[in-house]
Design a protein around this ligand. Structure first.
Ligand SMILES: [Ca+2]
Ligand SMILES: [Ca+2]
Ligand SMILES: [Ca+2]
Length: 482
């Protein structure tokens, strides 16, 4: 019999031990995730609150097991990372799991903070391990992923206890960075009645993991493996962890091998990360938003992922429900930043330095700088006085509002103007801080224009006398109704 590395509390929750032979038989085929579209209805049929359903789903790794969404640091696009508001939003937007980071204050209180220091995400400085809880509580969180130029909000660093109370009926919490503080974390889970909500995670030696789980019945656990510790899978033997989190920098990594993953998949869930390049090769959120086959679809279908950690929980949920991701809204027209018109320097664009200084696919002989930002292809190294011309064709006559999908960790990030059909540039549009070079956000420009059905030119020019440091993924013309 296979004994899962989990205490008796967990095993009484509806899944008995599974015969090893059955597991081995299942291992002969890399089980594909359910077809996109199948998940939405399935979820409603189950009873209990959302956390109970997520818990049962996590324990299920059968052929029809649903793919689960884990929101990286909560919904940080709309609230500070690791804030209570970010956690609430992530659950409200469909994530079954919210990944948070746990650290101890000097006086031993588990709080949510990613870095060892508070500088990036708050208005304070110093190491959290050197600050008392009272000192930590006086700090205010910065927007999104933080950074020195991110606005300070009214949100505070939450305690783990506060976070677990939020999650208690809503879903699961993946406890990253917290292995060293596991005993303190366990006490919080017990005190808040959330043992079933907390998913521990580590890449600690197997003996250490076994010892902790043996002493903490019911603890949920994910083991992190990459090519440096793949042998730990052998050490777990026939008592595997509930979840393996598999990290692979490239598809040539040993842990990305199909037979290896089939084995993991037959015995539990496989968790993969699509936030950035190098976590699951180049199968990222941004690549998925261009074409799911370049990201999520391949992680699920080829690599057997049944938990995906994402910075785009809403978009992933949409993909899992409909099979589509990153689609253009009805009636809208999208033109890629890097898809500027042909013609060359001085005719279709002006760029201030020779050649493509970015790492992305620029055009031969042309100077516009194009970067690959974790799968998003964007015009980068944008400088004052540069401009780009686009050819757009609108499907019907009407008023259109222009929005730009941009990324920048700066405030101000930049200023651009739009000109239609060879006319004069309009009012300056400020690019707002998105708190990361790869943290793209679709920002309305406030510019609206009547356009007759058919082709038009649109020129985007950067004010010469303004600070400019931002990336342009695409422009979008959206029909204005009413
Ligand atoms: Ca250039
Ligand atoms: Ca440039
Ligand atoms: Ca683009």
């Amino acid at each position: 019999m296979m004994r899962r590395l989990m205490g008796p509390n967990a095993s009484t929750a509806g899944r008995g031990p599974r015969r090893r032979a059955a597991a081995l038989a299942a291992a002969c085929v890399l089980v594909l995730g359910p077809a996109p579209g199948a998940q939405a209805t399935e979820r409603k049929a189950l009873g209990g609150d959302a956390a109970e359903r997520a818990y049962r789903d996590l324990l299920d790794h059968g052929a029809g097991a649903k793919v689960m969404t884990a929101a990286h640091r909560g919904q940080w696009r709309q609230a500070p990372e690791n804030s209570l508001r970010a956690i609430r939003l992530a659950f409200a937007q469909g994530a079954e799991i919210v990944e948070v980071d746990v650290r101890l204050t000097r006086d031993g209180v588990p709080v949510l903070l990613h870095d060892a220091t508070v500088g990036r995400t708050t208005d304070g400085t110093g190491r959290v391990a050197d600050l008392t809880y009272a000192e930590v509580r006086a700090l205010r969180l910065r927007e999104g992923l933080g950074g020195r130029q991110a606005a300070v909000t009214g949100q505070r660093i939450p305690t783990l206890a506060e976070a677990m109370r939020v999650a208690r009926t809503r879903g699961l919490v993946n406890l990253d960075k917290g292995w060293e503080a596991r005993d303190a974390i366990w006490r919080v889970l017990e005190e808040t009645g959330t043992v079933r909500n907390g998913l521990f995670k580590s890449r600690a030696p197997v003996s250490e993991v076994r010892s902790f789980l043996a002493g903490h019945p019911g603890a949920l656990y994910a083991h992190v493996v990459d090519d440096t510790n793949a042998a730990s899978v052998e050490e777990f033997g026939d008592a595997p962890p509930l979840v393996y989190e598999v990290l692979f920098a490239t598809v040539e990594d040993a842990v990305a091998d199909a037979a290896f993953l089939r084995r993991l998949r037959s015995a539990g869930r496989i968790w993969m990360n699509s936030m950035a390049d190098g976590l699951a090769a180049r199968h990222t959120d941004e690549a998925s938003l261009i074409d799911p086959a370049r990201g999520w679809a391949t992680l699920i279908g080829t690599y057997g992922a049944s938990v995906l950690q994402t910075d785009n929980a809403e978009a992933l949920e949409t993909y899992l429900a409909t099979g589509a991701a990153g689609t253009v809204p009805p009636g809208a027209v999208r033109v890629q930043g890097e898809g500027f018109a042909p013609g060359g320097e001085g005719i279709s664009y002006h760029d201030t330095d020779t050649g493509n200084r970015g790492d992305g696919p620029g055009r031969p002989g042309e100077d516009v700088d194009v970067c690959d930002q974790d799968g998003a292809v964007a015009v980068c190294r944008m400088r004052g006085s540069e401009w780009l011309t686009y050819e757009v064709s609108v499907p019907r006559s009407g008023r259109y509002a222009v929005a730009a999908r941009v990324a920048s960790p700066y405030a101000p990030a930049g200023t651009y103007r739009l000109a239609f059909d060879g006319g004069v540039p309009g009012v300056p549009v400020a690019v707002r801080n998105t708190t990361g070079h790869s943290a793209f956000a679709l920002q309305p420009s406030g510019v609206m224009r009547w356009l007759d059905r058919g082709p038009h030119t649109l020129r985007l020019s950067l004010d010469a006398n303004a600070y400019q440091n931002w990336n342009l993924d695409y422009l979008q013309l959206e029909p204005v109704t009413g």
